[in-house]
Design a protein around this ligand. Structure first.
Ligand code: FAD
Length: 318
């Protein structure tokens, strides 16, 4: 079922969903199932599975020589989605990214998804490779999420690559895109970022999932600005509790977000990571309660494979 249908069927009730990373190459799926099992009691209507492009790594080859190798550490997004859908009878949302995939490979992945009965995709540009100064498009691939979105909406119209005529066999994907209540870090200003977000919505995106944030006023302002810009699709807040002291620095650095002063002070006053986790979970529960009152359609948790904090938060809310 489509995400938009799940939201419509909920009739204003806030839903719970979460996101996982595919296992590292050479690991089994059991870790994924272990991360899902404790959260199924909260009846998520859908589960997202991220996608990652290849990264650069340097391998010692003896004599002090380093060889540059480029490979994907977490392949398997489509297969993980299919396995979850099969085992738990829950919808999955594979992330599709521009980086690391040619248009042909993307088309093949979309055909696989259609045949597997996966109805939703989240289309993204994707992160830059480690060691690259910025995002470098893959030759033969897409540069921006808008371009990838166009490929998916084309397939929804029966338009496949390299075919002369549209096909009668059309895909029917419900398409999500990313947005940043605190601005995407490369955008020169929020207004420009909104211009491109609006392009994604006008280009056929059906829902938005936001970057994580810790200050609800950022989300509320963002929703208001979306409405003022004629963006009226569901806006799903992305959420992640802080669970250790290091994240006070790493989350703003990696995700380009602010941590409110009160939360930062409370974390810095903690004696150890157990205490930090308690503060982070408590903050997130309060944040979620307010978001539910505000009418957020779904609370979407970036679990990063660690179910326990999300379970505690969901237990307090659902
Ligand atoms: P875009 O919408 O393409 O925007 C990228 C930047 O370019 C923005 O600054 C935008 O303002 C600008 N821009 C957009 N269109 C144009 C245009 N036509 N011309 C000029 N400038 C333009 N990364 C992964 O690698 N894998 C994942 O699974 C993943 N999942 C994510 C899930 C969510 C909910 C979020 C919020 C992010 C996720 N990311 C993931 C990270 C994301 O890929 C990065 O933040 C990336 O830098 C931007 O992706 P985007 O889809 O927002 O890009």
């Amino acid at each position: 079922m489509k995400i938009t249908e799940h939201i419509a069927n909920a009739k204003g009730r806030t839903l719970f969903s979460f996101e996982l990373l595919p296992p590292l190459k050479g690991s089994s799926l059991q870790g994924i199932f272990n991360a899902i099992d404790p959260l199924m009691e909260f009846k998520p209507p859908f589960i997202d599975v991220t996608s990652s492009r290849e990264d650069n790594a340097y391998k010692e080859r003896g004599n002090g020589l380093l060889e540059k190798v480029t490979y994907r550490k977490r392949p398997g997004t489509v297969a993980v989605c299919a396995a979850i859908q099969h085992k738990y009878k829950v919808d999955t949302v594979p992330h599709l990214i521009c980086g690391g995939f040619t248009k042909e490979e993307t088309e093949y992945a979309l055909i696989d998804l259609q045949f597997l009965g996966i109805d939703n995709v989240l289309v993204l540009r994707g992160d830059a490779r480690k060691g690259d100064a910025g995002f470098i498009p893959t030759p033969g691939g897409h540069c921006y999420a808008t371009d990838l979105l166009k490929q998916v909406t084309n397939m929804n119209e029966g338009i496949y690559l390299h075919e002369d005529q549209p096909s009668a066999y059309k895909t029917d994907f419900c398409i999500g895109v990313a947005a940043y209540p605190e601005k995407h870090f490369e955008a020169p200003n929020l207004k420009t970022d909104f211009k491109y977000l609006k392009q994604k919505i006008d280009g056929g995106a059906n829902f938005i999932v936001t970057q994580m944030f810790f200050d609800n006023s950022k989300y509320k302002e963002f929703v208001t600005q979306c409405h003022e810009n004629g963006i009226n699709v569901p806006i799903i807040p992305g959420l992640k509790p802080i669970t250790n002291l290091k994240q006070l620095v790493s989350l703003p650095k990696i995700f380009h977000i602010d941590i409110p002063e009160d939360l930062g002070d409370a974390i810095q006053a903690c004696k150890n990571d157990n205490a930090v986790r308690e503060v982070g979970i408590e903050w997130m529960i309060n944040q979620c309660k307010e978001l539910m009152e505000f009418g957020a359609p779904v609370l979407h948790f970036y679990t990063m494979g660690n179910a326990e904090p999300t379970k505690r938060i969901a237990s307090a809310l659902f």
